[in-house]
Design a protein around this ligand. Sequence first.
Ligand SMILES: [Zn+2]
Length: 409
Amino acid sequence: MRLPVFSPKFTAIAALVGLINFNSVHARTATSEGDEAQITDPVEECTAYYYAPVTNALDGFPTIWQPASILSNDTEALSTWANISQSVPTNIYPHGDIYGDWNDTSYNVASDPDCWWTKSLCTTPKLSSLPSDIASIPEPETMGYGFDDGPNCSHNAFYDYLLEQNQKATMFFIGSNVLDWPYEAMRAIDEGHEICAHTWSHHYMTGFSSEDAFAELYYSIKAIKLVLGVTPTCWRPPFGDVDDRIRAIAEGLGLQTIIWQYDSFDWEEQSGNITAAQVYANYDNFIAKAGNGTFDSEGSIMLTHELNNFTMQTAVTYYPKLKDAFKYLVPVGVALNKTQPYVETNYSLPTFSEYVAGTTTTNSSGSSNSTTSSGSSTSQSSSATAALSHTKDSTLFAMIFLGIFVLAV
Ligand SMILES: [Zn+2]
């Protein structure tokens, strides 16, 4: 085969185009939900990207990752708080501080007047106006499957695995993470996972003033609404730190409090306080209980996270064992037959019986604001379209640059 002979000028131009394409592949940032979902290198997954709807709305939120307060010019938040505050008890005071330092508090754990879960594991409020927390689930031999602290920017391998297994879960998202990683949040809802709130900045909720605790919840659900187009109706307190004062604020915002019965302590492995082996032992213990009939009359919830590579890899490693041990693994909302998981009515979850019969998603309209996503059934093709679109963008850019270069030389 005779190779064409290129002029030095053409070779220089081709090399330049090659360089542009090289850069677009290896130093790029994500341009869409589908594009982000296709990245496999965790470092590249966590390269910050620009998403205009978030950038344009940042003035309406507290500083990301900082403890929240109501913005002084946020009239909607202020009026919502004015309504809710009337049903928040004023005789329950903040416990310690928002960093979980309770050294100076003298709480009577025995009488547990505030139903403070952190001290007593209380889930039935002392205030009769409040519903009980969800700690177990009514379906026997069933695990309410869910993960806290997302969306994690490097969760693609984990979410790919869940997609392969056609397994849906309840994702407890931190508001600050949602604004940092909107495409990752979109992927979760578009693949059929249930979204609950996990506060704005992930601090100990009973340490906040009532108004600031409201802000922690209010801005987390506002972030989810901004990015996903839906308003959650469930939340989980970071560290499980909840009492009747915080429950009343959550109730005022229409948020069901979801806690857990078992803790994998996967979140603590990275701190070095416990070993991986201890986390595995916690999983094994939970699985053993499923095997010995502990959950024969009522299902259960274990605390697990999409916090880091270890917690996600451990979830993948243990998924087949959990599937074997339990009859069903379902999102918490599905276990509760909560077919309308959000305030907005254009999104639904399957009933428990529908889910276990194989209908793991019922939503077809899609809810996120992503322009490249719709229902879960089309998320893969959306990804492909997005990737194609990105390639076209790169090529167009290269062609424009090439034109300038040719004119210049
Ligand atoms: Zn958490």
